[in-house]
Write a new protein. Structure first.
Length: 234
C-alpha cells in the first residue's frame, strides 16, 4: 500500500487511515500486541502509530504503575495462583492476561512472586516424566544381520498389559488388536498388516493370524474374524 505521508503520520483522516485504524485496534486491543510490534507489522513508525492513537482515540492498555492498587494486587494474586497451583508457565499467563514480559517481570519483583525452577516446570508439563517424553510412543526397527535396517514399528509403554515385554513395551498393532477383540494376543498368533505398511495401525488394516512357517511367517490361517473380532478357533 502506497502512503503519501511522512514518518510522523498522515495530515488528515481518509478512508485509508480508517482501515489502518481498525487494524491497529484489532492487533493492539484484541490480539494484545505491543504498539511497537503493531507498528512493525503495519510497516509504519511508532510516531505514525501514535498519530492514529491520538486521532482515532484508541485507548492504551493500562500500565500497572498507573492502575488502581486493588486491580494490580488482583492480577498479582492471579499470576501466583496460576503459576504455582495451576502449573502454568509465566509465558502462558502473559498470553492469558494480555501483558508483555516486562510487565510480568514488574509483577514478580513488586510482589515478590517466586518462580518455579526450569526442571519443576518440565516435570509438571510432562506429567512427571523427562523433557524428551513423547507419551511412551516410539519407533522400533527389527535390524537384520545383513545390514538391512528393517521395517519400523510403533511401540507403546504399557507395563501392565499382558502382551508387554520385560521392558513394559508392546507393539501398537498388537495392542490395538488386543483391545479390539477383548483378549491378549496368544503366543502362537501374529498381527498382520494387510497393506504392508507397518505404521498403519488402524483396526481395518490388521488381521490376527496363526504363526506361519519361518519362510511365510505372517501368512498362517486366520484365527480371528477381521470383521467382527470373533475367535474362529476357540
Amino acid at each position: 500500500m502506497e502512503r503519501n505521508w511522512n514518518r510522523f503520520g498522515p495530515k488528515r483522516k481518509t478512508s485509508e487511515t480508517d482501515k489502518l485504524a481498525a487494524e491497529i485496534r484489532q492487533k493492539y486491543l484484541v490480539e494484545q500486541k505491543t504498539l511497537r510490534a503493531t507498528a512493525a507489522e503495519l510497516d509504519m513508525t511508532v510516531d505514525a502509530l501514535n498519530w492514529f492513537v491520538r486521532a482515532y482515540e484508541i485507548p492504551k492498555r493500562s500500565n500497572p504503575r498507573n492502575a488502581k492498587p486493588e486491580e494490580v494486587a488482583r492480577i498479582a494474586a492471579r499470576i501466583e495462583e496460576d503459576h504455582w497451583e495451576n502449573g502454568k508457565t509465566l509465558r502462558q499467563i502473559c498470553r492469558e492476561i494480555g501483558i508483555g514480559w516486562p510487565k510480568m517481570q514488574w509483577y514478580l519483583k513488586r510482589y515478590n512472586i517466586s518462580r518455579r525452577r526450569r526442571i519443576e516446570s518440565i516435570v509438571h508439563a510432562t506429567g512427571g516424566h523427562g523433557y524428551n517424553w513423547k507419551g511412551g510412543k516410539f519407533l522400533y526397527r527389527h535390524r537384520k544381520t545383513n545390514g538391512d535396517p528393517g521395517k519400523p514399528y510403533v511401540m507403546l509403554l504399557k507395563p501392565d498389559h499382558p502382551n508387554a515385554n520385560k521392558s513394559g513395551r508392546i507393539y501398537e498393532h498388537r495392542y490395538v488388536m488386543a483391545e479390539h477383540i477383548g483378549r491378549p494376543i496368544k503366543v502362537d498368533e501374529v498381527v498382520h498388516h494387510v497393506n504392508g505398511d507397518t505404521l498403519d495401525n488402524r483396526i481395518e488394516n490388521l488381521e490376527v493370524r496363526h504363526r506361519g512357517t519361518p519362510e511365510d511367517y505372517h501368512h498362517g490361517y486366520l484365527t480371528v474374524c477381521p470383521r467382527c473380532g470373533y475367535d474362529l478357533y476357540r
